[in-house]
Each structure stands twice: as structure tokens, then as C-alpha cells.
Design a protein around this ligand. Structure first.
Ligand SMILES: *Cc1c(COP(=O)(O)O)cnc(C)c1O
Length: 435
């Protein structure tokens, strides 16, 4: 029996790096990343988790299953369409292609005909105005929160932003819109109560200290029962009487009303009702990239675009490309998932259940992303043992199911139909892992 320490047989880093199979698996990864992968595998061999002879194989596996980014594509089987933890809206094919095309040098601020500098992101701006003719001008910034801070800071400065108490929204992860606005020096003037705000409440607050009136769509919660809010048209009259701008944060980014989501306000409606500037996110119901959209009257949008803070929240070329292509391309994945036909969802769920030997149960999806709370999207799910969930998440492709009531529920609403086969394979593998 040999007394030699097996750890002495672990191949040295330079030998592993020189192995042709390792070099092939490294692909486009940089030296530092490859070296880190080798060190991690050597560490596992030192800890006795794998044999020294298996180090090269393990490095090859580790390298070929990871790209240069650690972000892992996930099949969304939760039924939640705009899933914040999964990066909100998945991009359309047109938008993905546009991102790829814009990723090198691109004429984002250049007129090719003259060789002169042009306005930045003109294509995205034009696409927004075409999609939303009620707007005279548009500006794209990094996200909805940035759009809100830019609008209130540029229009109110250190004066008052008049807003109803029923519209104090916490948007998640502990961030509150009120704190956000106050962070640049604006003061909030709260009017009304949590459930009811009347025109007189606004009228009493408006005066020389008013910077703007703000209306926020309470997108992620619902106040039901004895409630009242002041319609936009009345706020418009109040704003005109006092000569102050009216800003509306609609949140979810519907361009025009959607009958499937009757309580979601749209950018077009808010502009038609007289808002000077309307704010929305690009990656919620619009189905595009993370972005903050500011649409409205030419004079107001120009004022926001010229304000110094606008430069700090400028949208990048990839966002501009994806946004334009989202608007000009066909139906977005968000659109498809939101309007999926329940009968077709059931057929797909039944096919999956039959393939893996499980049962189908009714399951309501949700809009998610803080949109249309309480609106159920009727559909179906395949019910699996709860323990399947972990294997699904760690499988390839990674699948995120919903864990609820001691079961693992696989909802096909947000899975592209072209991936049904991959999903069935993933579920089969996960179930085999349990045996
Ligand atoms: C989501 C949301 C925001 C924040 O937008 P982000 O794009 O997430 O920064 C602001 N206001 C409302 C009403 C929202 O729903």
C-alpha cells in the first residue's frame, strides 16, 4: 500500500493550461478567468472531492459550461410575465438582433450622409413618437426611477412636488419614490389621505412654492373600497390655473390601453388627458430593455433633456437599439405571454405532463413587475414534487418553476413554445435526479 499523498498527483497549473482540450474549451474566455477555473478545480482535488486524475476533465467541463458572463439564461416557468428577479421583460428577436448589431461601432450620434454629429438615439425617439402620437417629444434615460428624479428635479428644483398620499409607492427592495425625489432636494407636499384625495386638497396646496404636480400610478398595490382620486383632466385644470407643470408616472409602460388589463393606465391616455410629461419603464409591459421613458410636450421634454442631470442618466446605445427594435418589431414575448390563449396553454401543459408522467392543475399567472396587481392570468401548470424545483433551477437549461403549497408548479405561459422540448427534457432529467 502506497503512503504517497495523492495531492502530490494534482497536475500543476501550467500543465493544465497547456492541455489542448483545456485550450479548446477556454474559447473566448480571458486568461484570468481560465486560470481561476483551474484553481477552483485544483482546490476541489485538494479537498478530496475529485481524484487528481480527474482535474483536467473537470476543468474542461467547467470551462465549456460557462461563458465569459456568469449570468445564466433561465426558462421562466413561474407564470409571472414581468419577473424582476429574472430581469423583467425578455427581449423580442428583433431587439436581440438590434443589440448585437449595435454592440460594435454604430451611428448612435452620427449622420452618415453628412459625416456630422447628430442628436443621440434619434431612431428610438422617432419610434416612440410614432407609437404614441399624443406626445410631441420623447427622451430615453436609464430607468423609470431616473426619469422620475430627472423630471421632478428639473421642474421643481428645491420647491414642492405636490402628490397625493394615496400614491406614495415603495417600488421594491426598500426603495421609495418619495425618498428618491427628496434625494435631490425637492420637497414633497402630500395632499389628501391614503384612500381619498379631492380637487380641493390639491387646490389648497398649490401656490408660489409649487414646482410641479405629480400623479403616480399605484402600480404594485391596490386600494379598494371607499376611495377616490382626482382624474387627470381635473389636475390639468388646476395646473393651468396655477401655471405649474403636471407630471404623470404611469409605471408599467403600456403605450395604449390593453383590454386584458383594464386598470393599467397608458402613456397615450395620460398625454391626451393633458400631462406635460409622462414617465414609464421600458422593461415592464412595453416588453423592452431597461429604460425610463419621458414623453410629453416639446417644451417640457426639451427642458428635461437640457438639465445637467440628464447626462448622468443617459441611455446607452444598446438600450436605444433594443428600444427602437422593440417598438418597430413584431409582438414582444411579454405581449405573447400576457395574451396566451388558455386552451393552447392547457394543450402544452398536457403534452408536458404526459411526457414526464405528471398531472395538470389550474394555475393563474400574474403580470408581475409591480404591474396590474390582483389581475389573474388564467392558465395551467404541471404539478411535480416540491424537491424537483432545486434540480430544475440547477439544470441545463436552468428552469425556474413556482414553489407553492408543497408542490413544484411548471407554468408554460412565459416559456416560448419553441422551447417546450427543452423544458420536457429538463423536467425529465430533474425527476430522474430525484430517484
Ligand atoms: C416600476 C415603477 C417605477 C420605477 O421604474 P424602474 O424602471 O424600475 O426604475 C417608478 N414608478 C412606478 C409607478 C413604477 O411602477
Amino acid at each position: 500500500m502506497s503512503t504517497e499523498d495523492p495531492r502530490r498527483r494534482i497536475p500543476r497549473t501550467d500543465r493544465v493550461l497547456a492541455d489542448p482540450r483545456v485550450r479548446a474549451a477556454a474559447g473566448g474566455l480571458g486568461d484570468a478567468a481560465v486560470r481561476a477555473a483551474v484553481l477552483a478545480v485544483q482546490q476541489r482535488a485538494r479537498a478530496g472531492e475529485i481524484a487528481p486524475e480527474a482535474v483536467v476533465d473537470a476543468v474542461v467541463t467547467s470551462l465549456s459550461t460557462r461563458g465569459a458572463s456568469s449570468l445564466t439564461p433561465v426558462l421562466n416557468a413561474t407564470g409571472v410575465v414581468v419577473h424582476t428577479n429574472l430581469g423583467r421583460a425578455p427581449l423580442s428577436d428583433a431587439a436581440r438582433q438590434a443589440v448585437l448589431d449595435a454592440s460594435g461601432y454604430v451611428d448612435v450620434e452620427l449622420e452618415l450622409a453628412t459625416g456630422q454629429r447628430s442628436a443621440r438615439g434619434e431612431g428610438a425617439r422617432e419610434a416612440l413618437l410614432e407609437a404614441c402620437p399624443a406626445a410631441e417629444d420623447a427622451l430615453v434615460v436609464t430607468n423609470g426611477a431616473a426619469a422620475l428624479v430627472l423630471a421632478t428635479t428639473a421642474l421643481a428644483g428645491t420647491r414642492e412636488v405636490v402628490v397625493s398620499r394615496g400614491e406614495f409607492v415603495e417600488i421594491g427592495a426598500g426603495f421609495r419614490l418619495s425618498d428618491l425625489m427628496e434625494s435631490t432636494g425637492a420637497r414633497l407636499r402630500e395632499v389628501g389621505t391614503t384612500n381619498r384625495t379631492h380637487p380641493d386638497d390639491y387646490a389648497a396646496a398649490l401656490g408660489p412654492e409649487t414646482g410641479c404636480i405629480l400623479k403616480v400610478h399605484p402600480s404594485n398595490f391596490r386600494v379598494a373600497g371607499f376611495t377616490s382620486a382626482v382624474p387627470l383632466r381635473e389636475l390639468r385644470s388646476l395646473a393651468d390655473e396655477h401655471g405649474v407643470p403636471l407630471v404623470v408616472d404611469v409605471g408599467s409602460g403600456l403605450l395604449t390601453p390593453d383590454p386584458a388589463l383594464p386598470d393599467e393606465p397608458s402613456l397615450s391616455e395620460a398625454l391626451e388627458a393633458g400631462a406635460d410629461a409622462v414617465i414609464a419603464s421600458g422593461d415592464k409591459l412595453l416588453g423592452g430593455p431597461q429604460a425610463g421613458l419621458l414623453l410629453g410636450r416639446a417644451e417640457t421634454v426639451r427642458r428635461l433633456a437640457r438639465f445637467p442631470l440628464a447626462r448622468a442618466v443617459r441611455a446607452d446605445k444598446l438600450t436605444l437599439a433594443a428600444l427602437e427594435a422593440t417598438l418597430r418589431g413584431g409582438a414582444t414575448p411579454v405581449d405573447v405571454a400576457l395574451h396566451a390563449e388558455p386552451g393552447r396553454l392547457r394543450e402544452r401543459a398536457e403534452a408536458l405532463a404526459a411526457a414526464v408522467g405528471a398531472e395538470v392543475v389550474p394555475h393563474d399567472g400574474r403580470v408581475g413587475g409591480g404591474g396590474a396587481p390582483g389581475v389573474p392570468l388564467h392558465g395551467w401548470a404541471v404539478r411535480l414534487p416540491e424537491a424537483t424545483a432545486r434540480s430544475l433551477r440547477l439544470g441545463r437549461p436552468a428552469v425556474l418553476p413556482r414553489v407553492h403549497d408543497g408542490a413544484c408548479l411548471v407554468d408554460l405561459r412565459c416559456v416560448p413554445e419553441s422551447r417546450d422540448r427543452d423544458l420536457a427534457d429538463a423536467v425529465t432529467a430533474a425527476l430522474e435526479g430525484l430517484r
